[in-house]
Design a protein around this ligand. Structure first.
Ligand SMILES: NC(=O)c1ccc[n+]([C@@H]2O[C@H](COP(=O)([O-])OP(=O)(O)OC[C@H]3O[C@@H](n4cnc5c(N)ncnc54)[C@H](O)[C@@H]3O)[C@@H](O)[C@H]2O)c1
Length: 344
């Protein structure tokens, strides 16, 4: 354990790098702003001016300047850059998805595990108060077993508006469309809330016509504990709906509904004995702070893990489980919805 501030570097200075940078500030993380690099020099300059990072001329310069590096580039660059960071023995925060393909994600995970560096992945909903609370409600004995889950996620296709990202319509950089790029979060939350998914069947379609970028997906899911469920993920053109998640969880004696803000709720529940409840905003934050791994702010938790030399969460192994499920879903869709076992 050291009291020294953690020197943080950034590779990629776009949308999500800006989110993490602001989150570090908001959370009062004990850091020094080290190097940042982006081949888009205008972007890098704007990011550095706003955040106080030093604009670097190369990836290597950033890695040399830092104790821990955020990899916030488009997806196809993650594996190569994570490889560089771990080769230098530095801690790494890698954005999701880990890579465009399962094979690359598996390779990345095995390299990170072999290196032993502290690592965290941008599956940030694992720190979100609403999901932490829903998990508590499910775990309560009086709920009974989970029978069914309905998870729906719709977002405007993020190649427009404030995302303005060309790479999300390019399968060589993004890997695929709404399921891998966006709803890998949802698959991860289904694991987090309900448990291991053993089998899936999926149908998908590509309305926008960008090759390899599916924009409408429906999957049925079988969980190891007997629960069943569905996931729908849509990229549409309704700019007034940036990212809207709606989750209903049906237990034997409790129904849990999440239709509000994905972070601040409210989470609502309705029990067989007539008890109903709703928790959101400040009270939700206070009640779930002790449930979050490290801190409810994922970036503060990462910095804390680095400065105390302890494991960060969620790490690449957590992300790999979501990648394996997503890959099975895509294999099912290619085969017109054939059932695919995740262990296949
Ligand atoms: N966790 C989340 O909720 C979340 C949200 C949005 C995006 N993401 C993920 O974050 C990643 C980036 O998404 P974004 O929305 O910030 O995209 P973005 O287009 O806003 O930014 C990506 C930046 O990476 C830069 N870049 C490309 N190659 C680089 C390299 N070798 N070195 C340094 N910079 C490089 C690009 O020039 C671009 O500025 C994606 O993998 C995306 O899936 C995660």
């Amino acid at each position: 354990m050291t009291n020294d501030p953690v020197r943080i570097g950034f590779l990629g200075t776009g949308f999500i790098a800006t989110y993490h940078s602001k989150s570090l500030k908001r959370g009062g993380a004990h850091i020094v702003r080290a190097g940042a690099y982006d081949p888009d020099a205008d972007r890098a300059q704007a990011f550095c001016l706003a955040s106080g990072h030093t604009m670097c001329a190369s990836e290597d310069e950033v890695i040399a300047s830092a104790d821990a590096v955020y990899v916030c580039t488009w997806t196809s660059e993650h594996k190569r850059l994570v490889g560089k960071v771990i080769a230098a023995g530095k801690a790494v925060f890698c954005e999701k998805p880990l890579s465009p393909t399962l094979a690359e994600a598996e390779q990345l995970v095995s390299e990170v595990n072999a290196s032993g560096v502290i690592n965290q992945v941008g599956l940030v909903l694992r720190h979100a108060p609403s999901y932490l609370w829903a998990r508590e409600l499910i775990a309560e004995k009086k709920s009974g077993r989970v029978m069914n889950v309905v998870f729906r996620d719709d977002q405007f296709i993020p190649i427009q508006s404030y995302y303005a990202s060309d790479w999300r319509k390019d399968a060589s950089r993004a890997g695929a469309g709404t399921l891998l790029e966006h709803s890998i979060h949802d698959v991860d939350m289904l694991h987090f809330l309900i448990g291991t998914i053993t089998d899936t069947s999926m149908r998908s379609h590509n309305f926008h016509g960008h090759p390899g970028i599916e924009d409408s997906v429906s999957a049925t899911l079988q969980f190891a504990n007997g629960a069943v469920g569905t996931l729908s993920s849509i990229w549409h053109d309704n700019l007034t709906r940036p990212s809207q998640r709606s989750v209903e969880i049906f237990c034997e004696n409790r129904t849990i509904t999440m239709r509000g803000h994905e972070w601040f709720g409210p989470v609502e529940w309705h029990d067989s004995d007539g008890v109903t409840g709703s928790l959101g905003a400040d009270e939700l934050l206070t009640r779930t702070e002790p449930l979050a791994y490290g801190a409810s702010n994922a970036d503060v938790a990462f910095v804390h893990a680095v400065s105390t030399n302890t494991a960060a969460y969620p790490d690449v192994n957590v992300a790999l489980q979501a990648h394996r499920t997503v890959d099975a879903m895509y294999r099912s869709a290619v085969d017109q919805g054939r059932n695919v076992s995740i262990s296949d």
